[in-house]
Ligand binder design. Structure first.
Ligand code: ZN
Ligand code: ZN
Length: 344
């Protein structure tokens, strides 16, 4: 089968290669991949800026159909349509696994960087990491369930956005747009989507199309003034940072009401944040970090997408054959794409 492979350590070394079809072991199923989303992680692996074990097939955001079963499969049948959590090889016995946090088990080796991923025709996954998708959900949309589960975990489960909340999302990339949709689905009364000059065009236009209440470029409009005037000087209940920009993260404190919450989603790429700790302390803020997905966030994400409460398919900007991966990666790196779905 043709697969998109990171062949060795170093910058680049990504190519389409013929790879052997995998065979499911005990408790594993063979999945025919129908759609594979490109994540920032895949681009980081290409550029050698994320841990990975080459040679490895890229991709962890997939949807597909079960076409084979290994021995001892109990819960799934051939023909079922599924998505899956990329928490492969979690140990099952450490403190984190035993407390239901398999997503941050130190032994975890996700598909797409730790073991072979989904940017190919066939994928092997353990039954225990799968979720069924309803017949009404198309495969491209289902491929966006993984990043959707991320924002559902961060914004709804961890930061506990409440109906009626005033929410600011910083960074209108695919994850920021999905985070705004999660806040809306949870009943936020007003979502501000804030971008920077490079977000003008595709990203901020998409934010307007998705119907966020205020969409602005922080270089043109003052974000603090806007938020304060929209909240009668009280401030936002929740700020979700999806930018990972140190200055933006430091600035979240000025946007929040006392006892408000910062939800940290974006990664800074190793940069240190000069954070106004004391100001946050006097405001008695909560800061929550997410990192990956919980089991429950997948169920919730599937339900919110299936019922139309989160129209995540609108964040897909490109649907391309796997053979056009190079073009797809280039469009993403130039910020000319939002979510890109590849068809093996
Ligand atoms: Zn991802
Ligand atoms: Zn573990």
């Amino acid at each position: 089968m043709i697969a998109l492979v990171k062949t060795q350590k170093g910058e680049g070394f990504v190519e389409l290669k013929e790879m052997p079809e995998p065979t499911p072991g005990p408790g594993q199923v063979l999945i025919e991949v129908k759609a594979a989303g490109i994540c920032g992680t895949d681009i980081h692996v290409k550029h050698d800026s994320f841990p990975y074990w080459p040679p490895v097939i890229l991709g962890h955001e997939f949807s597909g159909q079960i076409v084979g079963l290994g021995p001892d499969c109990k819960y799934y049948k051939v023909g079922e349509r599924v998505v899956g959590e990329p928490h492969n090889k979690h140990c099952g016995v450490c403190y984190l696994c035993r407390t239901g946090n398999v997503q941050i088990c130190p032994e975890k080796r996700s598909i797409g960087w730790g073991i072979d991923g989904c940017m190919t025709k066939y994928l092997v996954m353990p039954e225990q990491l799968l979720h069924r998708i309803p017949d009404s959900m198309d495969y491209d949309t289902a491929a966006v369930i993984e990043p959707t589960a991320n924002v559902v975990h961060d914004v709804i489960e961890r930061a506990r956005v409440m109906p009626g909340d005033f929410v600011v999302v910083i960074g209108p990339g695919p994850i920021g747009l999905l985070a705004g949709l999660a806040a809306k689905a949870a009943g936020a009364r007003h979502v501000v989507m804030a971008g920077a000059p490079p977000d003008e065009g595709l990203r901020l236009d998409k934010a307007r199309e998705l119907g966020f209440d205020t969409v602005l470029n922080v270089a043109k409009e003052n974000l603090v003034d806007t938020v304060m005037s929209l909240t009668n000087g009280i401030g936002a209940d929740l700020v979700v940072d999806c930018s990972g920009a140190p200055a933006a993260i430091a600035g979240t404190v000025d946007l929040l009401r006392k006892k408000g919450t910062i939800c940290a989603v974006g990664l800074t790429g190793g940069r240190t944040v000069n954070f106004p700790w004391e100001k946050a302390s006097f405001k008695a803020l909560d800061i929550v970090f997410g990192m990956s997905t919980s089991y429950t966030s997948w169920n919730r994400a599937i339900a919110l997408v299936a019922t139309g409460l989160m129209p995540v398919d609108k964040v897909i900007s490109h649907r391309l054959p796997l053979t056009e991966w190079e073009h797809a990666f280039a469009e993403l790196e130039a910020q000319r794409a939002l979510k890109v779905v590849l068809h093996p």
